[in-house]
Design a protein around this ligand. Structure first.
Ligand code: SF4
Length: 349
Protein backbone atom coordinates (compact mmCIF):
# COMPACT_ATOMS: atom_id res chain seq x y z
CA UNK A 1 0.00 0.00 0.00
CA UNK A 2 1.34 3.39 -0.98
CA UNK A 3 2.01 5.84 1.80
CA UNK A 4 -0.74 8.39 2.26
CA UNK A 5 0.02 11.66 0.55
CA UNK A 6 0.71 14.10 3.36
CA UNK A 7 -2.16 16.55 3.65
CA UNK A 8 -3.28 19.05 6.23
CA UNK A 9 -5.80 17.89 8.81
CA UNK A 10 -9.21 19.49 9.17
CA UNK A 11 -11.86 18.75 11.77
CA UNK A 12 -15.50 18.16 11.03
CA UNK A 13 -16.99 18.40 14.48
CA UNK A 14 -14.89 15.96 16.47
CA UNK A 15 -13.80 13.96 13.42
CA UNK A 16 -10.30 14.64 12.06
CA UNK A 17 -9.85 14.28 8.31
CA UNK A 18 -6.48 14.26 6.58
CA UNK A 19 -2.90 13.89 7.70
CA UNK A 20 -2.28 10.40 9.01
CA UNK A 21 -5.82 9.98 10.34
CA UNK A 22 -7.89 6.98 9.27
CA UNK A 23 -10.02 7.40 6.14
CA UNK A 24 -13.43 8.75 7.16
CA UNK A 25 -16.65 7.26 5.77
CA UNK A 26 -19.34 9.77 4.84
CA UNK A 27 -22.81 9.45 3.42
CA UNK A 28 -25.73 11.71 2.59
CA UNK A 29 -29.33 11.40 3.65
CA UNK A 30 -31.92 11.02 0.90
CA UNK A 31 -34.90 11.94 3.04
CA UNK A 32 -36.42 15.41 2.75
CA UNK A 33 -34.43 17.44 5.26
CA UNK A 34 -37.71 19.12 6.25
CA UNK A 35 -38.91 15.74 7.49
CA UNK A 36 -36.99 15.91 10.75
CA UNK A 37 -38.08 12.54 12.12
CA UNK A 38 -37.35 10.64 8.92
CA UNK A 39 -33.97 12.34 8.56
CA UNK A 40 -33.02 11.65 12.17
CA UNK A 41 -34.06 8.03 11.68
CA UNK A 42 -31.82 7.72 8.64
CA UNK A 43 -28.92 9.42 10.41
CA UNK A 44 -29.24 6.90 13.25
CA UNK A 45 -29.18 4.00 10.77
CA UNK A 46 -26.14 5.47 9.04
CA UNK A 47 -24.35 5.90 12.35
CA UNK A 48 -25.20 2.32 13.29
CA UNK A 49 -23.67 1.11 10.02
CA UNK A 50 -20.39 2.92 10.69
CA UNK A 51 -20.84 6.30 9.02
CA UNK A 52 -18.82 9.05 10.73
CA UNK A 53 -20.06 12.19 8.97
CA UNK A 54 -23.45 12.81 7.35
CA UNK A 55 -24.38 15.41 4.73
CA UNK A 56 -27.86 16.85 4.40
CA UNK A 57 -29.32 18.79 1.49
CA UNK A 58 -30.22 22.35 2.45
CA UNK A 59 -32.24 23.68 -0.49
CA UNK A 60 -34.23 26.45 1.28
CA UNK A 61 -34.78 28.25 4.58
CA UNK A 62 -37.23 25.62 5.82
CA UNK A 63 -34.43 23.11 5.44
CA UNK A 64 -32.11 25.39 7.42
CA UNK A 65 -34.61 25.38 10.29
CA UNK A 66 -34.96 21.62 10.07
CA UNK A 67 -31.15 21.31 9.96
CA UNK A 68 -30.94 23.24 13.24
CA UNK A 69 -33.51 20.95 14.89
CA UNK A 70 -31.76 17.83 13.59
CA UNK A 71 -28.38 19.11 14.74
CA UNK A 72 -29.76 19.44 18.27
CA UNK A 73 -30.75 15.77 18.31
CA UNK A 74 -27.70 13.97 16.93
CA UNK A 75 -24.06 13.80 17.93
CA UNK A 76 -22.87 12.87 14.44
CA UNK A 77 -21.14 15.76 12.64
CA UNK A 78 -23.46 17.21 10.01
CA UNK A 79 -22.49 18.80 6.71
CA UNK A 80 -24.85 21.23 5.00
CA UNK A 81 -24.98 20.77 1.23
CA UNK A 82 -25.57 24.12 -0.45
CA UNK A 83 -26.06 25.04 -4.08
CA UNK A 84 -26.35 28.51 -5.62
CA UNK A 85 -27.50 30.56 -2.61
CA UNK A 86 -24.78 32.03 -0.42
CA UNK A 87 -27.38 33.23 2.10
CA UNK A 88 -28.41 29.64 2.68
CA UNK A 89 -24.76 28.76 3.27
CA UNK A 90 -24.44 31.47 5.90
CA UNK A 91 -27.76 30.49 7.50
CA UNK A 92 -26.68 26.83 7.64
CA UNK A 93 -23.45 27.87 9.34
CA UNK A 94 -25.48 29.81 11.90
CA UNK A 95 -27.72 26.76 12.33
CA UNK A 96 -24.74 24.78 13.59
CA UNK A 97 -23.33 23.00 10.53
CA UNK A 98 -20.04 21.25 11.26
CA UNK A 99 -18.96 21.81 7.67
CA UNK A 100 -20.57 23.19 4.57
CA UNK A 101 -20.17 21.93 1.07
CA UNK A 102 -20.37 24.50 -1.68
CA UNK A 103 -19.45 24.61 -5.30
CA UNK A 104 -17.82 28.06 -5.25
CA UNK A 105 -18.31 28.33 -9.01
CA UNK A 106 -22.09 28.44 -8.67
CA UNK A 107 -22.50 30.55 -5.55
CA UNK A 108 -22.80 33.90 -7.36
CA UNK A 109 -19.37 35.49 -7.56
CA UNK A 110 -16.25 36.16 -5.52
CA UNK A 111 -17.88 38.56 -3.05
CA UNK A 112 -20.47 35.98 -2.08
CA UNK A 113 -17.85 33.28 -1.68
CA UNK A 114 -15.96 35.69 0.60
CA UNK A 115 -19.10 36.21 2.68
CA UNK A 116 -19.41 32.46 3.14
CA UNK A 117 -15.73 32.18 4.06
CA UNK A 118 -16.15 34.91 6.69
CA UNK A 119 -19.12 33.12 8.22
CA UNK A 120 -17.25 29.79 8.32
CA UNK A 121 -14.22 31.48 9.84
CA UNK A 122 -16.43 33.02 12.51
CA UNK A 123 -17.94 29.64 13.35
CA UNK A 124 -14.61 27.83 13.13
CA UNK A 125 -15.83 25.25 10.64
CA UNK A 126 -14.31 23.97 7.41
CA UNK A 127 -15.63 24.37 3.90
CA UNK A 128 -15.60 21.66 1.30
CA UNK A 129 -14.80 23.05 -2.12
CA UNK A 130 -16.77 20.92 -4.52
CA UNK A 131 -15.76 20.80 -8.17
CA UNK A 132 -18.00 18.84 -10.44
CA UNK A 133 -17.59 17.88 -14.08
CA UNK A 134 -21.19 18.89 -14.70
CA UNK A 135 -20.69 22.48 -13.54
CA UNK A 136 -17.19 23.43 -14.62
CA UNK A 137 -16.49 27.13 -15.21
CA UNK A 138 -17.01 28.20 -18.82
CA UNK A 139 -13.52 29.64 -19.31
CA UNK A 140 -11.99 26.29 -18.31
CA UNK A 141 -14.33 24.41 -20.61
CA UNK A 142 -13.31 26.77 -23.43
CA UNK A 143 -9.62 26.37 -22.58
CA UNK A 144 -9.60 22.58 -22.23
CA UNK A 145 -12.44 21.73 -24.59
CA UNK A 146 -14.10 19.34 -22.11
CA UNK A 147 -14.27 18.68 -18.37
CA UNK A 148 -10.98 16.80 -18.62
CA UNK A 149 -8.88 15.80 -15.59
CA UNK A 150 -6.60 18.81 -16.21
CA UNK A 151 -9.60 21.17 -16.41
CA UNK A 152 -11.14 19.80 -13.20
CA UNK A 153 -7.85 19.97 -11.31
CA UNK A 154 -7.25 23.51 -12.54
CA UNK A 155 -10.68 24.57 -11.32
CA UNK A 156 -10.08 23.00 -7.91
CA UNK A 157 -6.63 24.54 -7.58
CA UNK A 158 -7.84 27.99 -8.53
CA UNK A 159 -10.48 27.83 -5.81
CA UNK A 160 -8.01 26.49 -3.25
CA UNK A 161 -5.79 29.47 -4.10
CA UNK A 162 -8.76 31.82 -3.79
CA UNK A 163 -9.49 30.50 -0.29
CA UNK A 164 -5.80 30.70 0.67
CA UNK A 165 -5.67 34.31 -0.50
CA UNK A 166 -8.50 34.93 1.94
CA UNK A 167 -6.31 33.38 4.64
CA UNK A 168 -8.71 30.50 4.98
CA UNK A 169 -7.00 27.12 5.00
CA UNK A 170 -9.75 25.13 6.68
CA UNK A 171 -10.74 23.49 3.42
CA UNK A 172 -11.21 20.08 1.93
CA UNK A 173 -11.64 19.59 -1.78
CA UNK A 174 -13.56 17.18 -3.95
CA UNK A 175 -13.40 16.62 -7.66
CA UNK A 176 -16.21 14.47 -8.88
CA UNK A 177 -17.16 13.11 -12.24
CA UNK A 178 -19.35 10.17 -13.11
CA UNK A 179 -16.59 8.87 -15.37
CA UNK A 180 -14.25 6.74 -13.28
CA UNK A 181 -11.01 7.38 -15.19
CA UNK A 182 -11.65 11.13 -15.34
CA UNK A 183 -12.12 11.18 -11.58
CA UNK A 184 -9.02 9.11 -10.89
CA UNK A 185 -6.80 11.21 -13.14
CA UNK A 186 -8.16 14.54 -11.92
CA UNK A 187 -7.63 13.59 -8.26
CA UNK A 188 -4.09 12.43 -9.06
CA UNK A 189 -3.24 15.72 -10.77
CA UNK A 190 -4.69 17.62 -7.83
CA UNK A 191 -2.92 15.56 -5.16
CA UNK A 192 0.43 16.33 -6.75
CA UNK A 193 -0.16 20.05 -6.35
CA UNK A 194 -1.83 20.64 -2.99
CA UNK A 195 -1.77 19.45 0.60
CA UNK A 196 -5.50 20.07 0.90
CA UNK A 197 -7.28 16.92 2.09
CA UNK A 198 -9.42 15.25 -0.57
CA UNK A 199 -12.95 13.95 -0.34
CA UNK A 200 -13.15 11.30 -3.06
CA UNK A 201 -15.95 9.42 -4.76
CA UNK A 202 -17.59 8.71 -8.09
CA UNK A 203 -20.61 10.92 -8.50
CA UNK A 204 -23.86 9.55 -9.90
CA UNK A 205 -22.21 6.14 -9.71
CA UNK A 206 -25.41 4.23 -10.39
CA UNK A 207 -27.53 1.56 -8.79
CA UNK A 208 -26.42 -0.43 -5.76
CA UNK A 209 -24.86 -3.12 -7.96
CA UNK A 210 -23.16 -1.14 -10.71
CA UNK A 211 -22.50 1.90 -8.53
CA UNK A 212 -20.76 -0.22 -5.90
CA UNK A 213 -18.43 -1.66 -8.50
CA UNK A 214 -17.66 1.66 -10.16
CA UNK A 215 -17.09 3.28 -6.77
CA UNK A 216 -14.87 0.45 -5.61
CA UNK A 217 -12.72 0.76 -8.73
CA UNK A 218 -12.46 4.57 -8.62
CA UNK A 219 -12.08 5.02 -4.89
CA UNK A 220 -9.96 1.89 -4.56
CA UNK A 221 -7.42 2.96 -7.17
CA UNK A 222 -7.05 6.38 -5.56
CA UNK A 223 -6.73 5.02 -2.03
CA UNK A 224 -4.16 2.50 -3.21
CA UNK A 225 -2.24 5.51 -4.58
CA UNK A 226 -2.43 7.10 -1.12
CA UNK A 227 -4.95 9.70 -2.33
CA UNK A 228 -8.17 10.47 -0.45
CA UNK A 229 -8.89 11.27 3.17
CA UNK A 230 -12.62 10.76 3.30
CA UNK A 231 -14.85 8.76 0.97
CA UNK A 232 -18.44 8.78 -0.06
CA UNK A 233 -19.89 5.98 -2.15
CA UNK A 234 -22.82 7.49 -4.08
CA UNK A 235 -25.54 4.98 -4.82
CA UNK A 236 -29.07 5.26 -6.12
CA UNK A 237 -30.52 3.39 -3.16
CA UNK A 238 -30.55 3.23 0.62
CA UNK A 239 -27.56 5.30 1.84
CA UNK A 240 -26.86 2.65 4.47
CA UNK A 241 -25.70 0.50 1.56
CA UNK A 242 -23.18 3.26 0.74
CA UNK A 243 -21.64 2.82 4.17
CA UNK A 244 -21.43 -0.96 3.85
CA UNK A 245 -19.73 -0.64 0.47
CA UNK A 246 -17.36 2.04 1.78
CA UNK A 247 -16.37 -0.23 4.67
CA UNK A 248 -15.68 -3.12 2.31
CA UNK A 249 -13.50 -0.88 0.13
CA UNK A 250 -11.47 0.25 3.14
CA UNK A 251 -11.16 -3.27 4.57
CA UNK A 252 -10.06 -4.62 1.18
CA UNK A 253 -7.12 -2.22 1.24
CA UNK A 254 -6.26 -2.78 4.88
CA UNK A 255 -7.39 0.75 5.73
CA UNK A 256 -10.08 -0.21 8.24
CA UNK A 257 -10.70 -2.90 10.82
CA UNK A 258 -13.70 -5.16 10.85
CA UNK A 259 -14.65 -8.74 10.10
CA UNK A 260 -14.32 -9.98 6.54
CA UNK A 261 -16.46 -12.83 5.32
CA UNK A 262 -15.08 -14.74 2.37
CA UNK A 263 -17.05 -17.46 0.62
CA UNK A 264 -16.26 -19.93 -2.12
CA UNK A 265 -18.13 -19.59 -5.41
CA UNK A 266 -19.26 -23.23 -5.00
CA UNK A 267 -19.01 -25.91 -7.64
CA UNK A 268 -20.48 -29.33 -8.28
CA UNK A 269 -19.05 -30.58 -4.96
CA UNK A 270 -21.12 -28.25 -2.79
CA UNK A 271 -23.86 -29.84 -0.69
CA UNK A 272 -25.02 -26.65 1.04
CA UNK A 273 -26.42 -23.19 0.32
CA UNK A 274 -23.10 -21.34 0.61
CA UNK A 275 -24.51 -17.98 -0.56
CA UNK A 276 -27.41 -18.07 1.90
CA UNK A 277 -25.25 -19.10 4.86
CA UNK A 278 -22.56 -16.54 3.94
CA UNK A 279 -25.24 -13.81 3.99
CA UNK A 280 -26.34 -14.98 7.45
CA UNK A 281 -22.75 -15.02 8.70
CA UNK A 282 -22.17 -11.53 7.27
CA UNK A 283 -25.25 -10.23 9.08
CA UNK A 284 -24.14 -11.95 12.29
CA UNK A 285 -20.69 -10.36 12.37
CA UNK A 286 -21.61 -6.95 10.99
CA UNK A 287 -20.64 -4.28 13.49
CA UNK A 288 -18.17 -6.56 15.25
CA UNK A 289 -14.75 -5.09 16.07
CA UNK A 290 -11.45 -6.66 15.04
CA UNK A 291 -10.08 -7.80 11.73
CA UNK A 292 -11.05 -11.45 11.79
CA UNK A 293 -11.44 -13.29 8.48
CA UNK A 294 -14.25 -15.85 8.36
CA UNK A 295 -14.65 -18.36 5.53
CA UNK A 296 -17.84 -20.05 4.35
CA UNK A 297 -16.88 -22.94 2.07
CA UNK A 298 -18.99 -25.38 0.10
CA UNK A 299 -17.32 -28.71 0.83
CA UNK A 300 -15.27 -30.41 3.50
CA UNK A 301 -12.81 -31.94 1.04
CA UNK A 302 -11.30 -28.79 -0.40
CA UNK A 303 -12.87 -26.01 1.67
CA UNK A 304 -10.59 -25.89 4.72
CA UNK A 305 -7.48 -26.03 2.55
CA UNK A 306 -8.72 -23.44 0.08
CA UNK A 307 -9.51 -21.06 2.94
CA UNK A 308 -6.34 -21.74 4.89
CA UNK A 309 -5.66 -18.02 5.37
CA UNK A 310 -9.01 -17.48 7.12
CA UNK A 311 -8.95 -17.28 10.92
CA UNK A 312 -12.12 -19.32 11.30
CA UNK A 313 -14.29 -21.10 8.78
CA UNK A 314 -17.07 -23.53 8.09
CA UNK A 315 -17.21 -26.09 5.31
CA UNK A 316 -20.48 -27.76 4.31
CA UNK A 317 -21.24 -31.47 4.31
CA UNK A 318 -24.50 -33.43 4.16
CA UNK A 319 -26.69 -31.99 6.94
CA UNK A 320 -23.66 -30.83 8.89
CA UNK A 321 -20.79 -28.35 8.79
CA UNK A 322 -17.14 -28.75 9.65
CA UNK A 323 -15.71 -25.91 11.70
CA UNK A 324 -12.05 -25.21 10.98
CA UNK A 325 -9.47 -22.82 12.36
CA UNK A 326 -6.58 -21.67 10.13
CA UNK A 327 -7.33 -24.53 7.76
CA UNK A 328 -7.33 -27.19 10.52
CA UNK A 329 -10.57 -29.14 11.20
CA UNK A 330 -11.95 -28.64 14.73
CA UNK A 331 -15.37 -30.28 14.93
CA UNK A 332 -18.52 -31.18 13.03
CA UNK A 333 -21.79 -29.53 13.98
CA UNK A 334 -25.36 -30.10 12.77
CA UNK A 335 -26.57 -27.60 10.15
CA UNK A 336 -29.21 -26.32 12.57
CA UNK A 337 -26.54 -25.15 15.01
CA UNK A 338 -23.82 -23.94 12.67
CA UNK A 339 -24.30 -20.20 13.25
CA UNK A 340 -24.19 -20.37 17.03
CA UNK A 341 -21.23 -22.77 17.01
CA UNK A 342 -19.40 -20.48 14.58
CA UNK A 343 -20.19 -17.46 16.77
CA UNK A 344 -18.69 -19.33 19.74
CA UNK A 345 -15.55 -20.11 17.74
CA UNK A 346 -15.25 -16.47 16.66
CA UNK A 347 -15.54 -15.34 20.27
CA UNK A 348 -12.76 -17.76 21.26
CA UNK A 349 -10.45 -16.86 18.40
S1 SF4 B 1 -14.69 -25.20 -1.44
FE1 SF4 B 1 -15.51 -27.06 -2.32
S2 SF4 B 1 -17.52 -26.43 -3.10
FE2 SF4 B 1 -16.38 -24.54 -2.76
S3 SF4 B 1 -15.46 -24.15 -4.77
FE3 SF4 B 1 -13.95 -25.26 -3.55
S4 SF4 B 1 -14.23 -27.39 -4.15
FE4 SF4 B 1 -16.09 -26.28 -4.79
Amino acid sequence: MAKLNPTRTIHVGSVPIGGAHPIVIQSMTNTKTHDIDATLGQIARLEGAGCAVVRLAVPDMDAVNAFRAIKDKTKLPLVADIHFDYKLAIAAIEAGADKIRINPGNIGGAERVRAVIDAARGAGIPIRIGVNAGSLEKHLLDKHGSPSPAALAESALSWITFFENENFGDTIVSIKASDVLTTINACRVLAAQTDTPQHIGITEAGTVRSGSIRSAVGIGVLLADGIGNTIRVSLAGDPVQEVYVAKEILKSLGLADGPTVIACPTCGRAEVDVAGVAEEVEAMVSGMDGSIKIAVMGCVVNGPGEAREADVGIAGGKGEWLIFVKGKPQKKVPASRVLEELAEEIRNS
